[in-house]
Structures are given as structure tokens and as C-alpha cells.
Design a protein around this ligand. Structure first.
Ligand code: CS2
Ligand code: MG
Length: 408
């Protein structure tokens, strides 16, 4: 069996999804997602210029060797661009394997460990009252877990994860008005003074059963993060996400010495080498990698297995920048993983997105029900894809009030 060709598509409804389609001499094809949010054309160029020409003629069933060929063969290893490009190839090869076996991917991993996978949504409000409305909306939809992000009184701009318009949840991450980023202003003191009480208010208002998650988005120093974690302990958070910048793994030691709040980290990690220490030293409770940014199913499965040995559970990244293809790959891992925790989930649901990526995966009552279709269980409509093209956009950047650059 041989790979005969591969195509890359960039575009989508309100997103620049990077979709890879690998064709074979037996008519079976596979799909992968290389969407690196805000830098989408780069994995696409890597695929087109280097990886696809090497793929042609390879046996698509040898997904492990193909992964090693590209990873070891590059010499200059890792990094988000390369790992997203390898991820798309890897997802597509697993998709082909599942289709050849006529089985959903979770069967190839070891079968189902649960009936449905718990997901969380993003609630957001420019103030506490709007945030409560947003949380109520998700509870009424059946969600059991919600990430809560709130505007901070006196902060000149909205703060991480806070939509500018009430009710707008999906599109606040990328601003498509141009390639130059908007500037947000961050004030740690105001955040530290306001947010712990706001989180406690949410707990009191919604009661003990709601799983409440909060994302600090890398904005605190190790000492501030430890103090913040200590002060939110009575809230009983399901997790505190990215309290410090992710590069400094030792930073979490101080937080661990002062608090037992569960910590989730890893959405910016590309490989097991970015998180093995965090996992082995029990510095985190949830690993947040995604199949797109961390090299695909083959590599993320290794991370999940390592995490399982140390009682670290999964909480895969699922920001709306991921296409339904990588969300499907994660859904199969979630159905199987003995150490599954929760899945961030926002991507599906618009008619345009469903038309571009038809599938039987379903969300019901805050639980993700994986499709029983062969392979990934998601398709890609190439004629729909013709409606879309790459649009320049950017994340905001963050500065302190005096102009100092800060972490987005
Ligand atoms: C975030 C992301 O979903 C999350 O937890 O931290 O939305 C992140 O801001 C984006 O993925 C950046 O592209
Ligand atoms: Mg996050």
C-alpha cells in the first residue's frame, strides 16, 4: 500500500483551519489538522515544501516509522510549527488505519473506558453579573463544568478570556481585522485583589456540584501564583490553569508548597520533553497538551501513558482554533484513556463548520459521545472548502500600564 498524494487546505468559517488530506493507491484517504492558531500558514508551508514530497510512496500503515522519520530526520527538533505539521500527518495515518480495520480509533487504542467524556465550556463576562448569566446559560444546556473568566474592575482592557460583546464566546481569541495585534493592558494587583472573591461568589451562587475552572493564562510570577492558589483554595476549583509562564517548570514547586489547588498546564507544550518533569515530580494534576500542537496521536498517547503512571489526568486543549479533525482524534483518546479527566470543548455546532467537517460525534448534556464511524469519524467536504481562504489575524498582545511587554 502506498501514499499517492496529499493536499493542504487553509481556511474555514471564522478560522484558518489547516486541513491535510492524504490519498492512497487503495482509494482510502486520511484527514489531519495542523491548525497552529495565529501562525497557520507556517505548518502548511512545512507540509507542502518538505513533508508531503517525502510522504509520497511511503506505506501509510507504518505510522510509527513515518513519525520517527520526520521527527528524527529533521535534526532540529520539536517546536510548534514542526509538531503541528507532523501531527496532521499522524492523525491522517491513524484515520487510514482505522478505515482499513473498519473500526473507530478508540478500538485500536484498547476500547472504551467510559460512555461519554466530560467537557467544559467557556463562560465569560465583562463583570460578575454578566459572567453569572453566561455560566447559567451553560448549566441550562446541561454542562457540568465551566471555565469562568471575568472582567476586572479598573483594568483598562477586558482581561484574558473575556469576550468584548456579551454572548460572544467563540471568537475572542483571534482578531481578523489585520496582522498587527491589538494591545491589552494587564494589572496583576487588581486581578489578585478581585478574582479570588469573585470565584468564591460564583461558588456560593451556583453551589457545590458545579465544576469551576479558571485560566490565569501564564500571567503570574511563581510567588504571586502561590499566593493566588492559596487564596482560592476555599472555592474548590476543579482546576487552576497556567498560573505561571509555562517555560519555567520549577516555578510550580512554590505553588505546590503552599496550596493543594489542582493545577492544569500544557496547552503550549509540543512534546513529552516539555512535561515529563512536571508529571514525574507531581507538580501538576492535569496535562493540557493537544494532538495538534504535540505531534499527533502517536506522541500524545505516550504523554497520556506517562501521566497515567503518576496519577496525572488528561484535560486536552480544545480552544476553538482546533478543527473538528483534531477534536475527533482527542475524542477517541478520551474514550480510551484510563486517566481521562476532562475535555475543553467549543469547536463544533455552527452549520458552516458541520457542513465543512461532517461527522456523527455528538455533545449531549455536557458529555462528548464519540462516533462509531471507522477511523476518526469525521469527513472533509472539499467543495465546501472552496468557500474559504486564509484571512490575516492575530491574538492580542499584553502590556503592563507602563508599557512593559507581558505574557498573553
Ligand atoms: C486558552 C486558549 O483555551 C484555553 O485554555 O488558553 O484559548 C489560548 O488562548 C489559545 O489557544 C491561543 O491560541
Ligand atoms: Mg488555557
Amino acid at each position: 500500500m502506498k501514499i499517492t498524494g496529499a493536499k493542504v487546505f487553509v481556511g474555514g468559517p471564522g478560522k484558518n483551519y489547516v486541513t491535510l488530506k492524504i490519498m492512497t493507491d487503495q482509494g482510502v484517504y486520511g484527514l489531519g489538522d495542523a491548525t497552529l492558531n495565529n501562525r497557520e500558514t507556517l505548518p502548511a508551508a512545512y507540509l507542502n515544501d518538505y513533508l508531503i514530497p517525502n510522504l509520497i510512496g511511503m506505506d501509510p500503515r507504518n505510522s510509527e516509522d513515518i513519525w520517527q522519520f520526520f521527527y528524527r530526520g529533521a535534526y532540529f527538533r520539536r517546536g510548534p510549527i514542526a509538531m503541528a505539521a507532523f501531527a496532521a500527518i499522524d492523525m491522517a495515518l491513524w484515520d487510514i488505519k482505522g478505515k482499513l480495520a473498519n473500526m473507530p480509533l478508540y478500538q485500536l487504542f484498547g476500547g472504551k473506558s467510559r460512555d461519554g467524556a466530560l467537557v467544559y465550556a467557556h463562560a465569560t463576562g465583562s463583570d460578575l453579573s454578566d459572567l453569572k448569566d453566561s455560566i447559567r446559560y451553560y448549566i441550562d444546556q446541561g454542562y457540568k463544568a465551566v471555565r469562568v473568566q471575568c472582567g476586572i474592575p479598573g483594568m483598562p482592557t477586558a482581561g484574558y478570556g473575556v469576550a468584548e460583546t456579551k454572548g460572544d464566546v467563540a471568537n475572542y481569541i483571534t482578531d481578523f481585522s489585520g496582522i498587527k495585534p491589538k494591545v491589552e493592558i494587564w494589572d496583576t494587583d487588581r486581578y489578585m485583589r478581585y478574582m479570588p472573591d469573585a470565584l468564591m461568589d460564583i461558588r456560593d451562587h451556583f453551589g457545590p456540584d458545579l465544576k469551576i475552572l479558571h485560566d490565569v493564562h501564564h500571567r503570574l510570577t511563581p510567588r504571586e501564583a502561590a499566593a493566588f492558589a492559596k487564596s482560592v483554595e476555599p472555592v474548590g476549583l476543579y482546576w487552576l490553569e497556567d498560573p505561571t509562564p509555562a517555560e519555567d517548570q520549577d516555578a510550580l514547586k512554590m505553588l505546590r508548597q503552599h496550596s493543594t489547588v489542582p493545577v492544569a498546564i500544557g496547552e503550549v507544550f509540543n512534546s513529552v520533553w516539555d512535561c515529563n518533569k512536571l508529571i514525574e515530580q507531581n507538580l501538576i494534576d492535569f496535562i493540557r497538551v493537544s494532538v495538534t500542537y504535540a505531534g499527533g496521536i502517536t506522541h500524545v498517547k505516550r504523554i497520556v501513558d506517562l501521566a497515567g503512571l503518576h496519577n496525572v489526568r488528561t484535560g486536552f486543549h480544545g480552544a476553538p482554533s482546533h478543527s473538528p479533525i483534531s477534536m475527533a482524534a482527542q475524542a477517541h483518546l478520551n474514550a480510551w484513556a484510563p486517566n481521562f479527566g476532562i475535555q475543553e470543548y467549543l469547536v463544533l455546532g455552527t452549520p458552516e463548520c458541520d457542513a465543512l467537517f461532517p461527522s456523527d460525534h455528538k455533545l449531549q448534556n455536557g458529555m462528548f459521545q464519540v462516533s462509531d464511524g471507522a477511523g476518526l469519524g469525521v469527513d472533509f467536504d472539499e467543495s465546501e472548502a472552496e468557500r474559504y481562504h486564509f484571512k490575516a489575524g492575530s491574538h492580542p498582545i499584553v502590556r503592563l500600564e507602563d508599557g512593559t511587554m507581558w505574557d498573553y
